[in-house]
Write a protein that binds this ligand. Sequence first.
Ligand SMILES: *[C@@H]1O[C@H](CO)[C@@H](O)[C@H](O)[C@H]1NC(C)=O
Ligand SMILES: *[C@@H]1O[C@H](CO)[C@@H](O)[C@H](O)[C@H]1NC(C)=O
Ligand SMILES: *[C@@H]1O[C@H](CO)[C@@H](O)[C@H](O)[C@H]1NC(C)=O
Ligand SMILES: *[C@@H]1O[C@H](CO)[C@@H](O)[C@H](O)[C@H]1NC(C)=O
Length: 471
Amino acid sequence: MSRMSIMSFNSYPIFVIVFAFFVRISSQVGSKVEVLPGFEGPLPFELETGYVGLGETDDDMQVFYYFIKSENDPAKDPLMLWLTGGPGCSSFSGLAFQIGPLAFKIEEYNGSLPNLILRPQSWTKASSIIFVDLPLGSGFSYAKNVTAHRSDWKLVHHTHQFLRKWLIDHPEFISNAFYMGADSYSGIPAPAIVQEISKGNEIGLQPIINLQGYLLGNPVTTRKEKNEQIPFAHGMGLISDELYASLKKNCKEEYITVDSRNELCLRDMKSYDECLSGINTFFILDRYCKDNSRKINEDTWRRSLTQKSKSSSLNSHPITVDIDIRCQIYGFFLATQWANDKSVRKSLHIREGTKDKWSRCYTSDFEYEISNSFEFHLNLSVKGYRSLIYSGDHDAVVPFISTQAWIRALNYSIVEDWRPWLLEDQVAGYTRTYSNQMTFATVKGSGHTAPEYKPDEGYAMFTRWIANKPL
Ligand SMILES: *[C@@H]1O[C@H](CO)[C@@H](O)[C@H](O)[C@H]1NC(C)=O
Ligand SMILES: *[C@@H]1O[C@H](CO)[C@@H](O)[C@H](O)[C@H]1NC(C)=O
Ligand SMILES: *[C@@H]1O[C@H](CO)[C@@H](O)[C@H](O)[C@H]1NC(C)=O
Ligand SMILES: *[C@@H]1O[C@H](CO)[C@@H](O)[C@H](O)[C@H]1NC(C)=O
């Protein structure tokens, strides 16, 4: 328990103190964080951090989370659980780079602690959000044997167990509308998590979760997204008409597993790779910066499912200070410096000795088991859950073309056809709604993590959708 929270009980009658203390040790309620090193003054929102234990013993499977109460009306606003992609990137990425109330101040690192500022377009202005560090090994979560707990299905089960345990410890949120939110790689596990929550409710698992739906940003879904990267690159003017025609002809529109004897296709793929070698595929309009970690992630999606990723060390992508400050990854570098600072860890109530080095993404030893999440979407829509699938339309990693293709394959009827959605009278993107309560939206001019690059548009999209309003 933090010093701060002990002090906050001082004015209460003694029985309240005793009762509160009893509740605290008998369950796993996290601790309030009222100040954070690098941020000036007290936090103007309610942050709680803590662990939820999933194993038999105390040192086995401890899942770390950041919980931010809605800054609007936490009693009535929805509760969302956010799972960043990777697999294995800390959901602190979602908090600090995309949709949370804090952001790093981008300034030259000089050895002193990086500074934090407020993000005005935080999604916590309309919803309470739990940012969870899963799979085990990511962020500040830890386990006796991390390797034993890293696979798609383990991630699904752990997230589900985490949520029920968290709600038992926070009964005041059990009745709130619940949404699952995820992006990137988590397009694979998240629909399975939603299905597990739904099945759990059906068989009477407690507490009953008031599951309403899910939202996914540029979600990996079929693991064949790369096949749509080529038409995308052509449409965006990154390759010539002739190369595109030749690729289609020689590779027969299969660009992921190329027959090593198909020399014409290999030659075209080489030309293709050269054309894109200076492009930041996560956001083609952004600065290209050398960053191996992203390449590793991209490759692992395409690997065969039986193979485990083998990049071994915890710190498989050391980041040095010679990153250009204009690179998006400069912020990741600052986050890593910040999260590894002693005073920061103390403020976040990180248990000493549980995490040697915090990395934004820990992607080693993950077993890929779910080849495709398409069928989960079908199953969930039958049950009537709402969904929002959004695409930053300048992402080449999970291009909007691939997302539209699997949505089309669901065969849902169109309720409201393709139209622009607006922010301040400007086109912010395009949207279409389907039967089965599915909404698709693009975020115009944005990348893989859409709200990161277009915060105002991302905020408008989220707040309209979560309030059941048209975009
Ligand atoms: C480092 O930069 C920060 C502002 O970014 C400044 O407050 C601090 O004094 C600097 N420290 C040193 C050692 O120069
Ligand atoms: C950790 O788990 C892995 C995978 O289940 C297993 O191969 C390994 O032996 C375990 N390590 C220890 C120290 O128990
Ligand atoms: C979808 O639902 C059906 C019927 O409950 C079930 O048999 C199937 O396994 C589900 N699909 C997935 C991918 O879980
Ligand atoms: C969608 O319709 C096509 C063409 O009728 C059919 O082949 C396919 O199986 C349908 N898909 C689903 C998921 O129902």
